[in-house]
Write a protein that binds this ligand. Structure first.
Ligand code: SF4
Length: 218
């Protein structure tokens, strides 16, 4: 199955979706966005990665920045912070360059590596878009974290691909139904930029509980 262009969703939204399905829904179904310190720092770091030098050539590596990517199979569109094309005999040909090249997406993140898979899934999605666009196979990508200043290699495994594709299918279903997930109302809400819009405690109340609470609080 292939999605049409008007059904495409933002690839980067997968981070919000994995963190909290409601957060993603508020941004994409309800079009709400609140910037806090964490999101502002993340945006600045991306702006630095997305500088105007679209392509650089360093010996055996070609670096492409802010490369637009798309996948009809997943119905997503987005941008890779950096894609490195490294000379390798088992790579693909690139128009205008001699030799063959292996493709490796690199995503820049503020903070430190996370326990959950959101960053790895975003990277896997970028890799799968590149595979579909360039007809290649990508074994691994990398995540660069601002806090550790280190690059972490990520293997694009079958399991990671599966999980990523499943998340996008679920996102498409939410959008088609115009549904927003129920609030998590847990530890995640403390640092969430949308907590004032989401109101996780109130949103968990039924209509009668809401009325009772507000009448009692008056
Ligand atoms: S406040 Fe909590 S439930 Fe609401 S969007 Fe943020 S993380 Fe999700």
């Amino acid at each position: 199955m292939e999605y049409s262009e008007d059904e495409f969703i933002q690839l980067s939204g997968i981070q919000h979706f994995v963190f909290c399905r409601r957060q993603w829904g508020l941004i994409n179904v309800e079009q709400a966005w609140e910037e806090n310190l964490l999101t502002a720092e993340g945006r600045l770091m991306h702006d630095r990665a997305h500088d105007p030098f679209l392509k650089e050539k360093r010996k055996t590596v070609i670096i492409s920045r802010a490369m637009p990517v798309v996948s009809k199979q997943m119905g997503v569109t987005g941008e890779c912070d950096v894609v490195e094309f490294t000379k390798a005999d088992d790579g693909i040909s690139l128009i205008g360059y001699d030799g063959k090249y292996k493709v490796c997406p690199i995503e820049y993140k503020r903070g430190a590596p996370k326990l959950e898979d959101s960053d790895r899934m975003q990277l896997a999605a970028q890799a799968m878009c590149l595979e579909e666009m360039l007809l290649c196979h990508i074994d691994e990508g990398a995540l660069f974290y601002g806090e550790t200043r280190r690059r972490e290699r990520v293997e694009i495994t079958a399991e990671l691909r599966d999980k990523t594709q499943k998340a996008f299918r679920e996102m498409h279903e939410y959008l088609q139904l115009g549904r927003i997930a129920a609030p998590a109302n847990d530890a995640r809400c403390g640092a969430c930029s949308l907590k004032d819009v989401c109101m996780p405690k109130l949103a968990r109340l039924s209509a009668s509980e809401y009325v009772r609470k507000n009448v009692e609080d008056m």
